[in-house]
Design a protein around this ligand. Structure first.
Ligand code: ADP
Length: 159
């Protein structure tokens, strides 16, 4: 079972993911978590991405697709995967479709988590992550609206 989980920053995708993962019995592929690990490990991808993340801007599509495709090569992903935080752009959605088609493992579904705007602000303030400063949060929400929200139509058209 391969499922994409869409939702704005601070919507609680992390928390909901845990329940979904237990239910689906597949590994969690969170590009945000993977990028934070790359930063902790001081890899070239980590060094490349840290400024973008700190500013609340998206990391370049090719970088994201590199970490996603290498993660999918690990054997535990054969039984399925929950994509959390990817795709974030139309380019990533198309690249992911192509990657999965080439592996003969297309997506089975897309879930959208909707949360009331005031609730989003309240939740983000309580997380305490470095990119949860108000001005960075505004930028991340803006990136979500402009670049990620159109994916709801993209997947809607695919049925
Ligand atoms: P949230 O869902 O709360 O926005 P994430 O942990 O998914 O947080 O992502 C944190 C940051 O990592 C994002 O603001 C962005 O800079 C970067 N990032 C994560 N996933 C992607 C992606 N698929 N494409 C581009 N940037 C990403």
């Amino acid at each position: 079972m391969r499922v994409v989980f869409l939702g704005p920053p601070g919507a609680g995708k992390g928390t909901q993911s845990k329940q979904l993962l237990a239910y689906l019995g597949v590994p969690h592929l969170s590009t945000g978590e993977m990028l934070r690990q790359e930063i902790r490990d001081q890899t070239s991808i980590g060094l490349e991405s840290r400024e973008q993340i700190a500013a609340g801007r998206l990391v370049a599509d090719p970088t994201i697709m590199k970490i996603v495709s290498s993660r999918l090569n690990q054997p535990d992903c054969a039984r399925g995967v929950l994509f959390d935080g990817i795709p974030r752009t139309l380019g990533q959605a198309k690249a992911l479709d192509e990657l999965l088609a080439s592996r003969g493992q297309p997506l089975d579904g897309v879930l959208e988590l909707k949360v009331d705007e005031d609730e989003l602000v309240r939740r983000r303030a309580s997380r305490g992550r470095a990119d949860d400063r108000p001005e960075v949060v505004r930028e991340r929400l803006e990136q979500y609206r402009r670049l990620t929200e159109p994916l709801i139509d993209y997947y809607g058209r695919q049925g």
